[in-house]
Design a protein around this ligand. Structure first.
Ligand code: SF4
Length: 419
């Protein structure tokens, strides 16, 4: 199994007729179908009594109802390859620097987010353990086995960070605490710090506090949508999902108080119907309160409620990536930038020479996320090919090479300056 995905991937558009971005009126998710009663809540999986055995690879098609957190977690294919649990290669990178873990249950996530492969409506056609988040598979592995491997030599681990992703489930908080405690018992946080990627719908302030007390270093909120309207349509009432924008902000502000500056933030998906101006305003707001934004490019995951929609055009994505990097790490403010009447970035608010230098450096186009051990603006969480195929990379999981920068410049329509 390899991270080089064999799936056919919808090409990102880049037209010159004004459709070089994904506007709100186009990005309407379809409505979820009704789930047959015998498949609701993982019922047919729970009707079995097969004990889980070791590593479970998606599509093994074994119904093991006891394969659940905290004993089991899912982990990204990249993390499984890096740990040596799975074989395979990843285009352009030897390993991932972040051990991304995901809580797992036979009834799966109880939310219904329109862009997500794990959404509740998918129980109609796939068991939870066989679904993938977005693009890459997430095998299920006993937590004890993961800890045993990492604890052999944490100081020399390829991982610069571990992250626990919560899903929407009644056991999500208590199992996050257990997984975190088990990890901290064996692995010093100085060797490998831990991030929490939260789903606030079932959370209270005390839960945020507890993750801090147990040793978590950074707390992020999977806000995903950049505006209340996009949020409601893709993760709230629009798709029979329980999430509320206000609850996500409440928990993010709790994290701001509890974890402090530079230790909290939000995940944002670009290209679900917000304008570039709107998403960059949000980036600015996060910076102004002391946090960070971690960005993903929208990818129409097969089987999701948005699989009929276009991936984010690369021009839109590159403009937002570049502007977000300037706001997050170079002290440029959104007010210094100029936008056209469709909210697209027209000027980045710095000189052409400075801009050119930052483009050449390439860091702005790498995957964004919690920092690793190289430098603050290089994310440990490189998520290889989690938002694009290797043939048309959105977030670079490695330092972009000369030919990549040439391509990026073309997508940005910013040629090399000749003095
Ligand atoms: S809460 Fe997270 S895991 Fe669950 S459907 Fe939404 S995006 Fe997917």
């Amino acid at each position: 199994m390899s991270c080089i995905e064999p799936k056919t991937s919808p090409a990102a558009r880049s037209d010159k007729d004004g459709s070089d971005h994904n506007p709100f009126d186009v990005m309407q998710p379809r409505f979820p179908d009704k789930t047959p009663t015998d498949r609701k809540n993982g019922r047919h999986v729970k009707a079995n009594d097969i004990a889980p055995q070791g590593v479970y690879l998606p599509n093994n098609n074994i119904m093991a109802p006891h394969m659940k957190s905290p004993e089991y977690v899912q982990l990204s294919t990249a993390a499984a390859i890096t740990l040596g649990i799975m074989g395979g290669r990843m285009y352009g990178c030897e390993c991932t620097r972040c051990l991304n873990l995901l809580l797992t249950y036979p009834e799966g996530c109880r939310a219904n987010c329109a862009y997500c492969g794990l959404a509740r409506h998918r129980e109609a056609d796939r068991d939870y353990a066989d679904r993938n988040f977005i693009r890459v598979d997430w095998p299920a592995v006993p937590m004890a086995e993961i800890i045993d491997i990492v604890a052999r030599d944490p100081d020399n681990s390829p991982f610069h960070r571990m992250c626990i992703s919560m899903i929407t489930h009644p056991r999500s908080e208590s199992d996050t605490f257990t997984v975190l405690e088990q990890w901290m018992d064996r692995i010093e946080p100085d060797a490998i710090p831990v991030s929490i990627l939260s789903n606030p719908t079932t959370m209270k302030r005390a839960d945020v506090q507890r993750t801090r007390e147990l040793g978590a270093d950074i707390f992020t909120v999977a806000l995903d949508a950049a505006t209340p309207a996009v949020f409601d349509r893709t993760r709230g009432k629009g798709v029979q999902s329980p999430h509320k924008w206000s609850k996500y902000w409440e928990i993010m502000l709790d994290a701001k108080d509890i974890f402090g500056p530079q230790k909290f933030g939000a995940h944002i998906i670009v290209g679900m119907g917000e304008t570039e101006y709107e998403v960059l305003q949000l980036v600015q707001e996060l910076v102004d309160i002391g946090g960070h934004s971690h960005m993903f490019c929208f990818f129409p995951e097969k089987g999701s409620l948005m699989d009929h929609l276009p991936a984010t055009p690369r021009d839109q994505w590159r403009r937002v990536q570049l502007a977000r990097y300037l706001i997050d790490y170079r002290g440029v403010r959104v007010e210094q930038m100029r936008f056209d009447d469709m909210g697209r970035v027209k000027n980045y608010g710095i000189s052409d020479a400075e801009l050119s230098h930052i483009i050449e450096e390439g860091i702005a186009f790498r995957t964004s996320g919690c920092p690793g051990k190289f430098r603050d603006d290089i994310s440990a969480c490189d998520r290889p090919y989690g938002d694009s195929p290797p043939s048309d990379i959105a977030s670079y999981p490695f330092a972009p090479k000369k030919k990549d920068i040439k391509r990026i410049r073309k997508q940005l329509e910013i040629p090399v300056r000749v003095e």
